[in-house]
Design a protein around this ligand. Structure first.
Ligand code: GZL
Length: 333
């Protein structure tokens, strides 16, 4: 930027004009250190592949990403994969073809991403993982992971149960509704919960099966659990939605949720918090879907070629029935 009062010689004017033309030329053909042409109006273009709309959490996550992109002035190309990994892979390939500036996605399961992520790397388009992780050994395939510590969520759920059942003298039978098979949250929450309850040998998981993070899946699998297990003391569901579906099966079986069967879930979306406040759930470990603002911050930094942390974890809490009653009026999701 020229300061006022600067004397410009003929040679100096020529140099300034040449620099201006060069800069304009670079801007017009996009940022040469990535494979992108950028947006028509110079906006950063973000390609985002979302898993689908399987749960209240996912809907809140999608809303957060769309709202934050608009607020950040980032052009969002959003794809809903309808719960299919092959659709996510197709979407990422389309983003590469469109030469977006940055690609972000929530991988429906941990494995099967190396080939398409290598294609993005070869195209010099940086990738950010949001919400869920991948099991790629090559950490250079993505710039950062933004999301929760799922093992901790499972551990917090288990630790609460250990405390609640510390005076139990006989077996406490637990049934577990797992999330989507092969997904990071399902694998990690299962691990965290199992590790925590090992502290009390009375606590036994007598049945564990995926309900795919959906209400319908939770209801269907809980019906099977109730038929096969005469004594169920606890339900641990990897998300609120499967717990909400299970409520229907438990009630239909003539049992009182929250009393006959202690129910522990993860997420803390509004419907889950309402069930907790109503005494139908007993404990929820929070998993925040509000990743939009942090994602857009990472997108801008990555586009600018700045270093970003390999892992950005969201801060979350836990809720008892009383805490849910207090928190509900101001819940954002
Ligand atoms: C967790 C997220 C999970 C939620 C479910 O970060 O991936 O997927 O816990 C959602 O509700 O379906």
């Amino acid at each position: 930027m020229l300061k006022t009062g600067t004397t410009i010689t003929r040679r100096g004017l020529g140099a300034i004009l040449a620099a201006g033309l060069l800069a304009t030329g670079l801007a017009a053909c996009g940022n040469s250190d990535t494979g992108s042409d950028g947006g028509d109006d110079g906006k950063i273009v973000l390609g985002f592949s979302q898993i689908g709309a399987e749960s209240g959490w996912r809907t809140a996550n999608t809303n957060s990403i769309k709202e934050s992109a608009a607020a950040a002035g980032i052009e969002l190309k959003f794809d809903d994969a309808q719960g299919k990994q092959e659709n996510q892979i197709k979407a990422i390939r389309n983003f590469i073809q469109q030469k977006v500036d940055v690609i972000a996605f929530s991988p429906i399961k941990e494995s099967g991403w190396d080939t398409v992520l290598k294609e993005a790397k070869d195209a010099k388009i940086p990738v950010i993982l949001t919400d869920r992780a991948v099991d790629s050994a090559d950490k250079s395939l993505y710039k950062s992971f933004l999301g929760s510590d799922f093992v901790k969520e499972g551990r917090l759920a288990g630790e609460w149960l250990v405390e609640q059942k510390k005076t139990a003298t006989g077996p406490v039978n637990i049934v577990e509704l797992q999330g989507t098979t092969g997904s990071a949250p399902a694998i990690d929450r299962k691990e965290g919960f199992a590790t925590a309850i090992a502290a009390n040998p009375n606590l036994k998981i007598v049945a564990s099966q995926s309900g795919d993070f959906t209400r319908a899946g939770g209801k269907q699998v809980m019906e099977q659990f109730l038929k096969a297990n005469p004594k169920i003391d606890v339900l641990f569901a990897h998300n609120d939605d499967m717990g909400l579906g299970a409520l229907e099966a438990i009630t239909a079986a003539g049992k009182v949720p929250g009393k006959d069967i202690t129910i522990i879930t993860i997420d803390a979306v509004k419907d889950g918090m309402q069930a907790l406040a109503d005494g139908k759930f007993n404990f929820i470990a929070e998993c925040s879907p509000l990743l939009g603002d942090q994602l857009m911050d990472l997108v801008k930094k990555v586009k600018a070629g700045e270093e970003v942390p390999a892992r950005v974890e969201t801060q979350e809490g836990t809720f008892t029935q009383e805490q849910a009653k207090a928190a509900l009026p101001t819940r954002k999701y």
